[in-house]
Write a protein that binds this ligand. Sequence first.
Ligand SMILES: N[C@@H](CCC(=O)N[C@@H](CS)C(=O)NCC(=O)O)C(=O)O
Length: 274
Amino acid sequence: MAIGRAFYHASGRGKGHRACYEAGMAELLHIPYSPWSEKARWALDLSGLAHTRRRYQPLLGELELRVVLRRPVGVVSVPLFRDGATVLSDSFDIARHAAQHGAAALFPKGREAEVARYNALSERGLAAGRVLALSRMLASEQALLEMVPKALRKRLGKLALPIAAFGVRRTLRKYAPNAAALAEHERTLNEVLDGLRRDLAASDAKPAALLGAFSYADVAMAQVLAFVSPPARLPVGKASRATFLDKTLAERHADLIAWRDALYEAHRGPTEHA
Ligand SMILES: N[C@@H](CCC(=O)N[C@@H](CS)C(=O)NCC(=O)O)C(=O)O
């Protein structure tokens, strides 16, 4: 698939991105290693919608997010997309916006409800996967340290580890009040993947596509596999990558990982993370 890459990336740091945003350039605030951010990036990359990208740092960036969203309490999350008066704080809305304004036919006409249903299923699988991955992360000092930006890690010294662990526990509480029920989350993730396999079996596209031809349904469902075996190109540290890996489910769903990799090969094209 030909990919229009009309967007311009500023350095993503310091004055560069600010100058760009002030000049009216749309901006994506995102977490490079997060599958939710990857959903939005994939759609934006395919759409060719011009924008800059900036890395979001959990905890440290939250105040800005609350101000932009005018949400002093409650859950705020990234990806966040801003374009003038348009403020979108859910990957699905960002993808739809990208598809409407860009070249990508990710939401086939008449099948929007099916795409939305697959996105909801993807959210269910991702939510379960996040609990499992973050729980593994809490047991890995190296992975926790990778969550702290390098420059800050140096300045924090011995405090870097407890602060990172605090951040991860907080994320777990924020998104999963029942984080302790690991077996249940594992069952949910497995169930979502079994369903994905069943649905893909009906496709004769190559690689298989949930709605017959490649669409956002595939983008969303492919992300669930980030918490089974993360895509090679997801920019995540070595130790964190190991915590994203669910060995049991990765073995059981090796065929789906191969599908995801083929999908990336065929439809992802290059990306930049900022
Ligand atoms: N439904 C939302 C979920 C986004 C989400 O869960 N984002 C998490 C990714 S781990 C996040 O923002 N984490 C950082 C934080 O909560 O501070 C979407 O699709 O955009």
